[in-house]
Design a protein around this ligand. Sequence first.
Ligand SMILES: [Zn+2]
Ligand SMILES: [Zn+2]
Length: 337
Amino acid sequence: MPLLTFKKGGIYCAQADVYIDPWSKVDRAIITHAHSDHARWGHQHYLCTSNCEAPLKHRLGNISVQSMPFREEVVMNGVRISFHPAGHIIGSAQVRVEYQGEVWVVSGDYKLVDDGFATPFESVKCHHFVTESTFGLPVYTWADQQQIFDEINTWWAANRANGKVSIIAAYSLGKAQRLIQNVDHSIGPVFTHGAVENMNAALRAAHHDIQPTIQVTKELDKKSYKGGLVIAPGSALGSSWVNKFKPFSLAYASGWMALRGTRRRRAADRGFALSDHADWDGLNTAIAATGAENIYVTHGYSTLFSNWLKEQGLNAAPVETQYVGESIDVAEEEVAI
Ligand SMILES: [Zn+2]
Ligand SMILES: [Zn+2]
């Protein structure tokens, strides 16, 4: 029996009797990161990285969780398990599982770019690699992130000059902090939706430095938003919540903005192709660096991407999971749990 198997409820290690990012309720769950399609409610015990603990508890409330730093090892019935940085969001990890010389790595979600907040991705050698493929098509090639932040700053400054509020849609965990840490705060104040600010508070309480932000509240006068940048989850933007910012310019920050037409369909003024997932080159680079011959491809273009890997001479197969990848309408964080 292989060390890891793909069961109906999730990725399972029988020897250690533990699941990785399961979607069914289980006794023991190893969690790659706190996005809700990977970290679901209802398990008896959770194991995650030290930096994942605060956002995980913020999401799931009073759970039984054990955390450990990157590269530290825990042994379960002879199986050595450790976390290695995935670079996707704060606390996100690849899970390395080793038994009798056989090594598997489950990537969770990952990106190779250092975003200035998440611990940067580190490649781990293995025989079997479970990879995501959210953006596993050659059309997805991210521009240098500094170039994207320059574009965001330019858009914000222009809106400010025109008396408009800038609103940018972003996940409350991950993308929001990446934006807050990288935009130019000298342009104006940065405001946050309550969902973003609550996550910021949980992270700040866990000693993660985040640049200053001001929560949008009823008490704030409409005038105070003038020239500001508002960061809010996409789900808030379809509601009357945005009316208090009029006149405003609306933007989305998502890998899907690389596709023409997405922005138009979202009725956004701007789209910034900023993703916390690896692009085509990133996926291929990461997979090659593992040295693995066996690749299992999860959420995204799993069939197309595994066919591509097979053409490259690898043993690759798509794997069915319930992970949702990066979505504009139903964000990773907003999946029903
Ligand atoms: Zn994720
Ligand atoms: Zn995912």
